[in-house]
Design a protein around this ligand. Structure first.
Ligand code: ASP
Ligand code: MG
Length: 254
């Protein structure tokens, strides 16, 4: 049995049909005998819409209130996904960044993770439940909500995977992994089946479109294997692994 963290980005949970599709995939992973914790982004363009709403009220909104507002996006997707998993007949519990034990520094809008103490997530997993965690958010020392910077859910996922001692962190997006160039622009771009952290960090132009750089640095620091793949297809994606690890030994590759 493997412990798997799956992260679904905004395009994978853009509407309720997509959320149901993701719920099926999560339950399928669980039914194969794995423990699964899921990190979600906000649905589609929710974060942009929230920012636009704020700016239509105040062109320079207080940072604390901005972060409070932006954490709402991931609350919507996490609770809807938990419901969709229930509807599939499995048990799921959603947790905010605070409930999942994400402690950050005080930099609103660009907070850094200081510690992850996911006791409630561990407890849910040990009871046989699927844990759903809101990406992109935590709390500062005052107990106020903070956000990690745009695209921060990737980092949340890797940090959770490290704190749980997961076997792999799967990052689900709308492309089949990392390509030699952006496949939406360059049709001859090839998928990279497996790569090391250093090379991804060097590929700033294509690698970083798919993965937040901070997430890759975090994974490298703790040797957490990543599998970047599409939630819209069954094809294998790109494995990002430490040197000397045989990628074929990793779980849930099909
Ligand atoms: N929802 C946030 C954003 O759009 C975080 C994320 O998607 O990773 O930046
Ligand atoms: Mg987003």
């Amino acid at each position: 049995m493997a412990l798997i963290v799956q992260k679904y980005g905004g395009s994978s949970v853009a509407d309720t049909e997509s959320i149901k599709r993701v719920a099926k995939r999560v339950v399928e992973t669980e039914k194969k005998g794995n423990k699964v914790a899921v990190v979600v982004s906000a649905m589609g363009d929710t974060t942009d819409d929230l920012i636009d709403q704020a700016l239509s009220i105040d062109s320079n909104p207080p940072e604390r209130e901005m972060d409070m507002l932006m954490t709402a996006g991931e609350r919507i997707s996490m609770s809807l996904l938990a419901m969709a998993i229930h509807a599939e007949g499995s048990r799921a519990h959603s947790f905010t960044g605070q409930q999942a034990g994400f402690f950050t520094d005080a930099r609103y809008g660009a907070a850094h993770i200081k510690a992850v103490r996911p006791d409630r997530v561990k407890n849910a997993l040990s009871l046989g439940d699927i844990a759903i965690v809101a990406g992109f958010q935590g709390i500062n020392a005052k107990g106020d909500a903070t956000t990690l910077g745009r695209g921060g859910s990737d980092t949340s996922a890797v940090a959770l995977a490290v704190a749980l001692g997961a076997d792999i962190c799967e990052i689900y997006t709308d492309v089949d992994g990392i390509f030699t160039a952006d496949p939406r622009i360059v049709p001859s771009a090839r998928r990279i089946p497996s790569i090391d952290y250093e090379s991804i960090l060097e590929m700033a132009s294509c690698g970083s479109k798919v993965l937040a750089l901070r997430c890759v640095e975090y994974a490298q620091r703790f040797n957490m294997p990543l599998h970047v793949r599409s939630s819209f297809s069954r094809r294998p994606g790109t494995l990002v692994v430490p040197d000397g690890i045989d990628p074929r030994m990793l779980p849930n590759l099909d």
